[in-house]
Design a protein around this ligand. Sequence first.
Ligand code: GLU
Length: 437
Amino acid sequence: MQNLGNSTVPSLLSDASKRLEQALKHVTISEDAIARLQHPKTSLSVSIPVRMDDGRLKVFSGYRVRYDDTRGAGKGGVRYHPNVSLDEVQSLAFWMTFKCALLDLPFGGAKGGITVNPKELSKAELERLSRGYIDAIADAIGVDTDILAPDVYTNATIMGWMMDQYSTIQRQLCRGVVTGKPLSLGGSNGRDTATAMGAFIVIQTMLPKFQLNPQETTVAIQGFGNAGSALAGFLAEAGYKIVAVSDSKGGIYAPQGLDIASVREHKNQSREMKAVYCQGSVCSIVEHQVISNQELLALDVDVLIPAALENQITANNADDIKAKYIFEVANGPISSDADKILGKKGIYVFPDILVNAGGVTVSYFEWVQNRSGWYWTLEEVNQRLKAKMEAEAENTWTIAKDLIIDARTAAYVNALNRLGTALDAKGTRNYFVKTDK
Ligand code: GLU
């Protein structure tokens, strides 16, 4: 077995790369390619001074990591969160590298972030921070070098500011340097719901293989941000019984099923997660239990969807999980040691790099539209998204069946084969291989 062990890599990234070790047992890939994939290509740490509304100057820490760009320009979102660190951004960039390869997008992997609680900033402060971040990393990004997108607590408005700032620096309109922009600034139809739609397509592709139909399937969703909330909407419309949802403050559980349209409407209006049933603008509370995020993860449901942050299911709570199927909508919600415990319990885990890849897939479509100047309808976007997601979900499943491995390892095998081929095509190893001649 080829070993990726590297004691100098930080903890989260080191845990992320454990998944590679599993996959390496099943692929033929050169030592050069493995060596290359152990390290991020570039890691940039910046300080961003921001004039606050009260006149003070506050300095924020920001990062942009390009993990690998062998298959194309770096690609990945920018996260605003108080826990953002270089280690986290490197791990997220690592995952993006494999996600883009798995979906066969002509991109490498990258990620960015700022250590900040955006809820504590005014809109004007947030704009100055976002523009300041671009000023700080402008030399490291570009339409053909590294392309940004939304992630946790960033959105289309912020992407618009970033694209505008980069274009101002370059003295020309550079729409393709950022995806997930507002439609009026060159965004794509369907990008706002793409992560949720992609996850929905994967769920709809996988569950019939286990003879599960929506009406008999109970679902719990941890995280009610852009992805979790829209996915709850798609699943409810398709007839799934969503019994529990949560946000960062906690969750609600109703064994009879929640009226997701009402819960979403109430959350949009009041920012509060409540078990409600709304008729017109009048909402009334329905019978439910208030639960913690930990309790939600341990519910006895068919399908569990972690759609919040990384490391939610670890060796500490993996034994409590009762769901039969887990679809990872967040990046890295399950630690590698928890994977083993879930595997022993016979729980099927469908991995982040497949399940949440709808976002970056429609980002790719947006980049293509920006570069060609030819814009697609929502139907065209969703049709192309469905074709890509279904194809790679089926590919991953076929690899899992053929090699008798779990879906996560199969996804990494699929991605590694593409990455290895590209890395080797660029390499000079053959000059040094001794032949008989
Ligand atoms: N932040 C999203 C992800 O983790 C989207 C990235 C992108 O669109 O580039 O996949």
